[in-house]
Design a protein around this ligand. Structure first.
Ligand code: ADE
Ligand code: ZN
Length: 355
């Protein structure tokens, strides 16, 4: 799309306006694993409803286990938490809880990842997963004015044949999801392992995205681009280790869906002050801010913006606006819809500047 120009009123904003701007500006969230929005309270409520035994005595005991050392240490707990999801109503309740929380943060559009293999491997029907999420999407649109889309993710620690079988099982609901992604344990599972299933997905008109360069090397970002032909990279922060790749990403504006709190909790960076998002923004990349697995990483979308801006005094109102504008640019919405959202974003800047 054409370059999005900042509204003139931005000139009148200072860092003192950041709390209001971050909260009030409309934004899109493009990297949220819906299973990662399951709060301990809902995990325990669903465990009771479905008579599922959990290896934790209480919500507090579960929360206390959220001391991750790397991606795998998180994934082990994340898959255990998802074991309480059995019926259509469970998927509906989970997604509605997320949509309500996201709307409170100023999210007007969300593109949700879901992991069908986590559920179908336990005997949960694909129908329950997709129809529960789809019913919540319709409810969120009607009651919260929040639009959304689904992206079906393949688990990369499983083989490609399993991904192909999952795609086939989901095709009766082809109109319910707009894209496919690649998630779970990154190291040792390069994108090219899934070249055939992604080729088939592209032929079906699905938008391809992939996690790459979270814990894995910049080479995985390159093969996601070249061999899977993805339209967005999820995380992608390790591109900083390859200056040529940073230039390529800046020039193409293939978006990176960055997740600041996740990166700190999973020790991709030691401290928020060390996060490379400001550097990537300055280099001209289409970076966006997202929450990844908000129930596990200590915050939803607005918490991620706040933590990032608190740790980086170099970031100001123009960067806040740019990150929100990028979230709309990077979304898979229609161009006319994006134009409408970017106008609403400019109006929110005007409203804050004229207070
Ligand atoms: N699944 C859920 N969250 C993930 C993450 N941050 N990386 C890879 N797979 C995931
Ligand atoms: Zn993720």
């Amino acid at each position: 799309m054409d370059e999005i120009l900042p509204p003139a009123a931005l000139e009148r904003l200072t860092r003192a306006h950041l709390p209001a701007l971050l909260a009030r500006m409309p934004k899109a969230e493009l990297h949220i694993h819906i299973e990662g929005s399951l709060e301990p309270e809902l995990i325990f409520a669903l465990a009771r409803r479905n008579d599922v035994a959990l290896p934790y005595a209480s919500e507090q005991a579960l929360r206390a286990a959220y001391a991750f050392t790397d991606l795998q240490s998180f994934l082990d707990i994340y898959y255990a938490g998802a074991s309480v999801l059995l019926r259509e109503a469970d998927f509906f309740d989970m997604a509605m809880a997320y949509f309500r929380r996201a709307a409170a943060d100023g999210v007007i559009h969300a593109e949700l990842f879901f992991d069908p293999q986590t559920h179908t491997a336990r005997g949960v029907p694909m129908r329950a997963v997709i129809e529960g999420l789809a019913r919540a999407q319709a409810e969120a649109e009607a009651t919260l004015g929040l639009s959304s889309a689904l992206i079906l993710c393949f688990l990369r620690h499983l083989d490609e044949a399993d991904a192909i079988a999952t795609l086939e099982a989901a095709l009766p609901w082809r109109e319910r999801f707009i894209g496919v992604g690649l998630d779970s344990s990154e190291r040792g599972h390069p994108p090219e392992k899934f070249a055939r299933v992604f080729a088939r997905c592209r032929a079906l008109g699905l938008r391809p995205v992939a996690h790459a360069g979270e814990e894995g090397p910049p080479a995985y970002i390159r093969t996601a681009l070249d061999e899977l032909r993805v339209q967005r990279i999820d995380h992608g922060v390790r591109c900083v280790d390859d200056p040529d790749l940073v230039r390529t990403l800046a020039q193409s504006r293939v978006p990176l869906t960055v997740c600041p709190l996740s990166n700190i909790k999973l020790r991709v960076f030691a401290r928020m002050e060390d996060h490379v998002l400001p550097e990537l923004l300055r280099a001209g990349l289409c970076v966006t801010v997202n929450s990844d697995d908000p129930a596990y990483f200590g915050g939803y979308l607005l918490d991620n913006y706040r933590a990032l801006f608190a740790a980086h005094p170099s970031l100001g109102p123009r960067d806040a606006w740019r990150l929100a504008a990028n979230s709309f640019e990077a979304s898979f919405a229609e161009p006319a819809t994006k134009t409408r959202w970017i106008q609403a974003l400019a109006e929110s800047v005007d409203a804050i500047a004229s207070r």
